[in-house]
Design a binder for this molecule. Structure first.
Ligand SMILES: Nc1ncnc2c1ncn2[C@@H]1O[C@H](COP(=O)(O)OP(=O)(O)OP(=O)(O)O)[C@@H](O)[C@H]1O
Ligand SMILES: [Mg+2]
Length: 327
């Protein structure tokens, strides 16, 4: 273990190599005032990273403001971000400052920045370039000093190519681009995260809880499409379902995690050890045997589970001679 390995960064947990690389970048990014675009699948920690950058910056004692651009329609988002003047629209009964003003001197985390209309993209670009904006319905130009961290799980570059996103705004927010690794690409962090969330549950409940080794092994083999959020929820679920039991066994795992094929391929013969087709066939065969067992030989349900057509499954069952793989 290198002397510099870190267990986490601010509230971010993880020891894997991709996370070490992220921490090293965060050290530099936090000290700067550059606009940052954080990308990554759902639940990979984009908001945690934005907070970590703010907390490590010289704006740390100033506001950290968050808004989700996909949570509002266009007019509401305009007023939410930039504020409005009294009478600007029905219901605007008083002057109201927008979030850019509230974030002044601090950091503004604009989540789902891909979900913003072209008109608002222009207004955001103006704040980024000149630090100026107008409240909705107001002629007075205001000035703010706000650092922007944006996040999206959409492919902004592709949106630019399709004419759905302004190229100038894309380049302006893309100054620093952090791409967060999905959990399946850093499976060595699963055990560390499990321990972190278990510890939180122990503190909350006062109960002693740990996961059995086989339970952790199953969790490490699972690809976590919902990333850390999915893992966090699974731990909470396990703690609840385990009642007073101090050791949580694999039988309590959610079925999708418990029954996920581990992907450990055992080729049929020594000669086949390096053959990709042989390994794939071996995996295919094993997944089919497992699915048929899970569903007591019911091919309709097994095929749904495997996400192949029933006809396709019947063909594969014949190919591998699995017709009596019921027990
Ligand atoms: N590396 C991590 N260490 C500890 N907790 C994490 C980590 N990554 C994510 N989490 C936790 O997982 C949950 C989701 O994180 P966060 O909201 O930052 O993800 P996100 O990328 O913004 O997700 P979404 O795309 O769905 O908005 C939060 O409860 C967060 O605390
Ligand atoms: Mg988020």
């Amino acid at each position: 273990m290198p002397a510099t390995e870190r267990q986490g960064y601010d509230a971010i947990i993880g020891c894997s190599a991709p996370m070490q690389a992220l921490y090293a970048t965060l050290d530099r990014v936090a000290r700067s005032d550059a606009t940052v675009l954080v990308q990554g699948e759902n639940g990979t920690g984009k908001e945690l990273v934005a907070r970590a950058i703010h907390n490590g910056s010289n704006r740390a004692d100033k506001p950290f403001v968050v808004t989700n651009c996909s949570a509002f329609n266009d007019n509401l988002l305009d007023s939410e971000l930039f504020g409005h003047k009294r009478g600007a629209f029905t219901g605007a009964v008083a002057d109201k400052p927008g979030l850019f003003e509230i974030a002044d001197n601090g950091t503004f985390f604009l989540d789902e920045i891909g979900d913003m209309s072209p008109a608002l993209q222009v207004k955001v670009l103006r704040v980024l370039q000149e630090g100026t904006f107008n409240r909705v319905g107001d002629t007075e130009t205001r000035k703010v000093d706000v650092r922007i961290i944006a996040a999206t799980n959409r492919d902004l570059r592709a949106m630019v190519a399709q004419g759905l996103y302004r190229e100038d705004l894309y380049y302006r927010i893309h100054v620093i681009n952090l791409v967060l690794p999905p959990l399946r690409e850093r499976s060595s962090d699963v055990a560390v995260l499990v321990e972190h969330f278990l510890e939180r549950q122990r503190r909350g409940s006062g109960l002693k809880k740990e996961l059995s080794a086989s339970c952790i092994a199953r969790m490490t083999a699972y690809p976590w499409p919902g990333n850390v959020r999915e893992l966090e929820n699974e731990i909470e679920r396990l703690v609840v379902l385990s009642g007073d039991d101090p050791v949580i066994g694999e039988e309590l795992l959610s079925p999708r995690i418990r029954t996920h094929a581990s992907g450990i391929v055992v080729p049929a013969a020594e000669d086949d050890l390096r053959s990709l087709p042989a390994a794939l066939e071996s995996l295919e065969r094993r997944m089919i045997v497992d699915a048929l067992r899970r569903h007591q030989g019911n091919k309709t349900r097994a095929s749904a589970d495997l996400k192949v057509s029933r006809r396709n499954l019947i063909r594969l069952v014949q190919k591998y001679g699995l017709d009596d793989a019921r027990s």
